[in-house]
Design a protein around this ligand. Structure first.
Ligand code: PMV
Length: 352
């Protein structure tokens, strides 16, 4: 108990996809069937805080505590994969420089906390694995870039690879069977579109019905729509939304975002048995966004839904009153069935 404790603390942001990742071509390595693109949120309201420490004082096995509860990491292949990849990188540093402390040989203690509901379709696994990888990489003083670390975070949770960078982030499918080129890449920095805002509407903070891995498996195996989406719909949308981001063309960005959320949920409905992530309250948000856009006469708001009923609404700062004000006034009324809370986030103002 007199041995040194090495420690690193970090936070990681949530990212919300506008082109959804849905479907794996390799379930062990988390290799996707289609590329995806997300906006990294600012950590103003949603973030994971993680401390990684290593010490000879600790019991021999690595431990992970999430929101105050010990986790079974020995049965979590995903977590073990991340940790063994990170250890191997540390080990090669130690092999090259004998003066470095042998942290790779020490047990790890990881303590992680979300300031928002876990596993409720709020991308908690993305922020969680990104924070875990970043914290251990910092502890090990690894020289790898966020892009290189995204290969490791991806194995924890696919979407986590996109939370290692700020701004607009693409995750390219890659072609290699070993996943070496299935990486995240910044499409535009946080500062490129400082007007972007996100409103997160928590419909339900309950755990989601069908975990994303299981849902993807069912969709890949049973949906007829799925192949069309992955092979032809998404590649065109990736090009189009990257152009919309480059041009800061909100109406284009918004239409592609809404259509892609709808197509993703259509492949869920087309799965057998069908998977429902959105509920009546989610659909009320969809209708409201279309009503607002129609009433204003231009597209000022875009909704998107992950593997759960919660809505994320993107808009530009100049339309805050119009969008966030109206959505809160209407869906915030008790009769709407909304449980709340609402989180407002300055999308991508600060890089993680
Ligand atoms: O990273 P996972 O395995 O939790 O999957 C996330 C899937 C979606 O959130 C629905 C889409 C996405 O691209 O984030």
């Amino acid at each position: 108990s007199d041995q040194p404790v090495y420690r690193a603390t970090t936070t990681a942001p949530v990212n919300i996809a506008v082109i959804k990742y849905w479907g794996k071509r390799d379930t062990t390595l988390n290799l996707p069937t289609n590329s995806s693109l997300s906006v990294t949120l600012s950590q103003r309201s949603l973030r994971t805080l993680t401390t990684a420490s290593a010490s000879a004082n600790y019991p021999a096995e690595d431990t992970l505590n999430l929101n105050g509860k010990p986790q079974e990491i020995q049965s979590s292949k995903r977590t073990l994969a991340c940790l063994s990849n990170l250890r191997a990188l540390r080990k090669s540093l130690e092999d090259a420089d004998a003066s470095l402390p042998k942290l790779s040989a020490l047990p790890l203690r990881i303590v992680s906390e979300n300031n928002f509901p876990t596993a409720a379709g709020l991308a908690s696994s993305a922020a969680g694995f990104a924070a875990l990888v970043r914290a251990v990489a910092n502890l090990y003083q690894l020289p790898q870039s966020p892009r290189e670390l995204s290969r490791i975070a991806r194995q924890g949770s696919g979407s986590a690879c996109r939370s290692l960078m700020g701004g607009y982030v693409a995750w390219r499918t890659g072609e290699q069977a070993d996943g070496s080129d299935s990486l995240a890449e910044e499409v535009a920095p946080a500062s490129h579109w400082p007007e972007m805002r996100a409103l997160i509407l928590v419909v339900s903070a309950e755990k989601k019905d069908v975990p994303s891995t299981e849902g993807m498996q069912t969709t890949v195996a049973t949906s007829d729509l799925f192949a069309t989406r992955a092979q032809s719909v998404v590649p065109e949308r990736m090009d189009a939304i990257e152009a919309a981001i480059r041009d800061r063309d909100f109406p284009k960005f918004a239409e592609i975002t809404m259509r892609d959320s709808n197509t993703f949920h259509a492949t869920c409905l087309d799965s057998w048995p069908p998977i429902f992530y959105m509920n009546d309250v989610s659909r009320a948000a969809v209708r409201l966004v279309h009503d607002i856009n129609r009433a204003v006469g231009r597209t000022v708001a875009a909704y998107t839904f992950d593997a759960g009923p919660n809505a994320v609404i993107y808009y530009e700062e100049k339309d805050s009153e119009l969008v966030a004000g109206t959505v809160k006034a209407i869906l915030g009324a008790s009769a709407s069935g909304w449980e709340g809370p609402f989180y407002e986030d300055l999308a991508n103002l600060t890089a993680p």
